[in-house]
Design a binder for this molecule. Structure first.
Ligand SMILES: [Zn+2]
Length: 135
């Protein structure tokens, strides 16, 4: 018996992000005033307090750091073990934490080139994750 995967709570600040993921687009925020990119989603720019716009990220990035999870923190994740959780630096200049999908966790290395992929887990939630595309 397995439990359902705990899913993120979608609120007005994050709704555009999840709407984007459902159609296969990785959305981040950019300040309309100072131009700074921002992730995770927040109602205002954390640097200058300016209003934010949503932009589609390229989905290209590099692994800043990672860990291989051998002991699932939730029963629903047991079938995935071992799996990789990484901090990914997107080309646009923000860092996000995500799973890296890999048949062999050994292919994930610091500095590896990754590209976003999407995994639909419910009607509302499609999770962005990454795949290794180069050294
Ligand atoms: Zn700003």
């Amino acid at each position: 018996m397995s439990l359902p995967l705990p899913l993120p709570t979608i609120d007005p600040d994050t709704q555009p992000f999840w709407d984007g993921a459902r159609r296969g687009a990785l959305l981040i925020q950019r300040c309309r005033d100072c131009g700074r990119p921002q992730f995770f989603p927040r109602p205002r720019c954390v640097r200058c307090g300016g209003s934010i716009a949503w932009i589609e990220a390229s989905g290209e990035g590099r692994v800043y750091s990672y860990t291989v999870v051998h002991r699932a923190p939730h029963e629903s994740l047991v079938p995935l073990v071992p799996y990789v959780v990484a901090l990914v630096d997107l080309a646009e200049g923000v860092r996000m934490m995500s799973r890296v999908r890999a048949a062999d966790s050994g292919v994930v290395q610091i500095g590896a080139a990754v590209r976003v992929a999407f995994e639909r887990v419910s009607d509302e939630v499609t999770l962005p994750l990454f795949e290794v595309v180069g050294p």
